[in-house]
Design a protein around this ligand. Sequence first.
Ligand code: PLP
Length: 508
Amino acid sequence: MAIPIELDHSSRESLQGQLFEQLRNLILGGKLKPGTLIPASRVLAEQLGISRNTVLLVYDRLIAEGYLQARKAIGTYVNLELPETCLAATRRTSTLVPVRGETVKRPVIPFIGQPPTVNQTQHLDFDFCPDRIGFDLFPHKIWRRFINRTFTSASTHFTECCDPAGLSQLREVIAAHLGVARAISVSPEQIIITAGSQEGLNLAARLLVKEGTLVATENPCYHGAKSLFESYYAKLIQIPVDEEGLDVAQLPREGVSLLYVTPSHQFPLGFTLPIERRLKLLDWARRCGAFIIEDDYDSDFRYRGSPLTALMGLDDHGCVMYLGTFSKSMGAGLRLGYLVVPKSLIPAARTAKALLNNGNAWLDQATMADFIQSGAYGNHLRRMRNIYSKRHDCLIEALREHFGEVQLSGLESGLHLAWHLPESYPDASELRAIALRHGVGVYSIGSGTTFAFGKCGYSARTLVLGFSSLNEYQIRAGVRRMADVFSGLPADFIFSGTDARAEPASIL
Ligand SMILES: Cc1ncc(COP(=O)(O)O)c(C=O)c1O
């Protein structure tokens, strides 16, 4: 009997390995049934044009693993007594085990959508990226000191898991910080420490979203949130945004289980949801039984007016979950954030977190707790606010200097602003492409971490500019280069700047 085996002599895998794999698959796939005699080693070696020794070694291994048996005077045959579990596996896997040349369809879990963060791989001289922080702004020295201090007090912390919901000291200091900074009164039990907001979103989705769940998001919105809900097969409903943030009046009256919103600094347009809308939003959630995820990603940095109370601070009905992150205030590489859940969701959220990863690394949590408790975090925030406030003003000034009366939004807080282009300018995506070719990163809506469903009111005519990873000198030089490049654009490009044409930019 000729066995259907094909060996690839040019393959990196050894002939012995290939032969073993194929014989085993034929047995498991039911093509060589128990009791079937297999060819003598000499015959198979001849058939395949390989050495007899190779075949003997493979037979020995198949015998040792119980697939074959050998008897003097009879020969080598497929084991008659393959254990029941193995036979069951044979039946289960027979369509899944590929025999050479067959293509097999495996049931995989399809991932819908794009990965959320699209990192800029091209080197840029000036990257106005909305979600990056300058390397020089991380408090390296002081953080090292705190890590060392925490390390010395480790005792059993490296060898035992801590509470999956997070280190109690960290949750306590976060609860205290939220009370002062965001007027949210929560108990530490409501806080789940996460690896950034993204894990917080995941946790919330795990609790509330399944296939077909109606989830409402702003349009435009944060790519990371939209993709995450899609990956849970949610049905997304897009709610338009105007100059006061989410247009609450356009929310469906019923059916929505969850709303994701960025009230303090709408991402990416930067509008702030006024108090009337906040109250209407809470009323809507109460009436239609929906939960709200409040993503408060950058409200530590506020430059104008007094901070508005967070939605969660106004919520009397336990319908708001609050997402906090240290990605903006410290750095995204720390991967530390938190989800604050209403009391009713504490047990479910704790369980979900335990199932997901049994908690975050102790050292980072303990260091952050100490950092906050000692007052060092408060000092760091003050220093950052001061620096970012100067960068923020510098960007606005530079845009006005080179482009005249620019229409901007999102100036009250955060680490980016949105520039609404006049009708006479090319589309934002075209400007982005042109700027990129000249080493300047600016972001149209739909690029980077921003997303728009279809053509939302702002998608074609808005550029998003972050200022946290460039110093004032770089900001001025980057805007100057932008002006220089854009001023060279033909046709109806209206250039209303004051001095860029008269005085060509001196580019770094
Ligand atoms: C809207 C929004 N939420 C959250 C985050 C932070 O995400 P993470 O905490 O997962 O780093 C960002 C970062 O850019 C963001 O833009």
